[in-house]
Design a binder for this molecule. Structure first.
Ligand code: DX5
Ligand code: ZN
Length: 227
């Protein structure tokens, strides 16, 4: 059974477990529950990005400890092979990268598994590459760093793309969330929200802080002052 993502367009804090203690994931995830909305799961295959992380077995394990919406970011060359496995493991949404191509078919395949569907674009991928899919997807992920690693600096240049995406989504009355991922902290979060993002992924700004729950609370407070 899938967890409800909540109304589209609403502010959502999505902690990325990439920066959490992988030896103590359940406690890390539960520790930020009170101040967060989704759980962002970064899946890296060592091909689309140089790094390797986790997959469906970890999603299945975490599912026993969290009732949050599991927002799985698939940084993979061949995500279609794994939709069924992610869905069976308890993923609620899967986001694929537009750079790998075959986007229409992959959206359809993910939907067929009952997943909420997102499409992601790297910082140097133009909005034109994802705009044709906005009416068919639940989430547009605009990367504010090049994917692969946590702890990188926010790329403010991407804000222009966020603004343009928000303009299309609002003008066409689409039910598509706009998510930003990479370098989001209490300083950059309000900029992203002002530009039109409503789902904020944060890894190091939450899990690399001594008090992750307080850090999540501070992030939400900073994001809520905008616009
Ligand atoms: C990067 C991942 C991000 C990452 C963000 O490839 O997609 O989700 O965890 O980490 P921070 O918030 O530290 O930039
Ligand atoms: Zn991510």
């Amino acid at each position: 059974m899938s967890i409800d993502a909540g109304p589209p367009g609403q502010l959502r804090i999505a902690p990325s477990i990439l920066s959490a203690d992988f030896g103590n994931l359940a406690a890390a995830v539960r520790g930020v529950d009170a101040e967060t909305d989704w759980l962002h799961v970064d899946v890296m295959d060592g091909h689309f990005v140089p790094n390797v992380t986790i997959g469906p077995p970890v999603v299945a394990s975490l599912r026993r400890y969290s009732q949050r919406f599991f927002d799985c970011h698939l940084m993979m060359d061949n995500p279609g092979r794994y939709f069924e496995s992610f869905a069976r493991s308890g993923a609620d949404g899967c986001t694929i990268h537009v750079e790998i191509g075959d986007t229409v078919a992959l959206i359809r395949e993910a939907r067929a598994q009952g997943l909420r569907v997102g499409v992601a674009a790297n910082p140097d991928t133009p909005l034109d590459a994802v705009a044709p899919f906005l009416g068919e997807i639940d989430l547009l992920l605009l990367m504010t760093v090049f994917p692969g690693f946590g702890g990188q600096s926010f790329m403010a240049d991407v804000l222009e793309k966020v603004r343009a995406a928000r303009a299309i989504v609002d003008a066409e009355g689409l039910e598509c969330d706009i998510e930003v991922d990479g370098g989001i902290d209490p300083t950059t979060a309000p900029l992203a929200v002002q530009a039109g993002a409503n789902v904020l992924v944060a890894g190091s700004a939450i899990f690399a802080r001594p008090d992750a729950l307080a850090a999540a609370r501070a992030l939400r407070a900073a994001a809520s002052v905008a616009p």
